[in-house]
Write a protein that binds this ligand. Structure first.
Ligand code: 13P
Length: 254
């Protein structure tokens, strides 16, 4: 079976002192946690400090983005090898906020996923439809294009080192979670697309996370779905108490 992965995305929140305090609290609270992977995707600026703090813990550290070139005259950008050199293990790629506010395309996402893999980072590749697209009935075709174009050219080994996150844009930060059935429907579609492109054997091993208004109150039912292998958690990951509860999803049975 696939090992659950619970990932926090802190977005552009917290000062360094706040980041260290939350990471330290989680390190203590999650000391005994087993049978799952946990990662905190923090602002670039805190990757080294938070990663150092979590060195001898059950929690890994990740970034929220990276640039696809290894080095060069790219003012303001951060590369995969740079992240790896400060202890980073994961990088979120193609988050809807980056697609929306920074005009990232599926082709950019594809280059970033490949750059992350080349640097030895696990990319968490995000896909998901907007409210308008859902209402227009084009969720399936939008997600299909996002998956196919974002993963173009990856081989089976690359795919096994990649995580997918389905984050419907209308559920992000809105308090409006997708129902477990709505999420499962798209996540099963994604697994079928992976089977088509990389073979059933690979598709069965890839972790597909759900993201969008995850809370301690809804994680249990989401995790019961066959194609939901974990969560990408925004707001509720900023607080140690609520993120601990989400990581311990089995205990949140309503
Ligand atoms: P929220 O959990 O705040 O809705 O954010 C989800 C998200 O965008 C995680 O990447």
């Amino acid at each position: 079976m696939r090992r659950p992965l619970l990932a926090g995305n802190w977005k552009m929140y917290k000062t360094l002192a706040e980041a260290e305090a939350t990471a330290s609290a989680l390190k203590v609270r999650l000391k005994d946690v087993a049978g799952r992977d946990v990662v905190l995707c923090v602002p670039f600026l805190y990757v080294e400090a938070v990663g150092g703090l979590l060195l001898d813990s059950e929690i890994a550290v990740g970034a929220q983005n990276l640039f696809y070139e290894e080095k060069g005259a790219f003012t303001g950008e951060i590369s995969g090898p740079m992240l790896k050199s400060v202890g980073c293990d994961y990088a979120i790629v193609g988050h809807s906020e980056r697609r929306q506010y920074f005009r990232e395309t599926n082709q950019d996402v594809n280059k970033k996923a490949k750059a992350a893999l080349k640097a030895g980072l696990t990319p968490i590749v995000c896909v998901g439809e907007t409210l308008q697209q859902r209402e227009d009935g084009v969720t399936e075709s939008i997600v299909t294009t996002q998956i196919n174009e974002s993963l173009e050219g990856l081989n089976k080994g690359d795919m096994l080192g990649t995580v997918i996150a389905y984050e419907p844009v209308w559920a992000i930060g809105t308090g409006r979670t997708a129902t477990p059935e709505q999420a499962e429907e798209v996540q099963a579609l994604i697994r079928n697309l992976l089977a088509h492109a990389f073979g059933k054997d690979v598709a069965e091993q890839v972790r597909i996370l759900y993201g969008g208004s995850i809370k301690p109150e809804n994680i249990y039912e989401l995790m019961r779905q066959p194609d939901i292998d974990g969560g990408l958690v925004g707001g509720a990951s900023l607080d140690a108490d609520s993120f601990e509860k989400i990581v311990r999803f089995e205990d949140q049975r309503p």
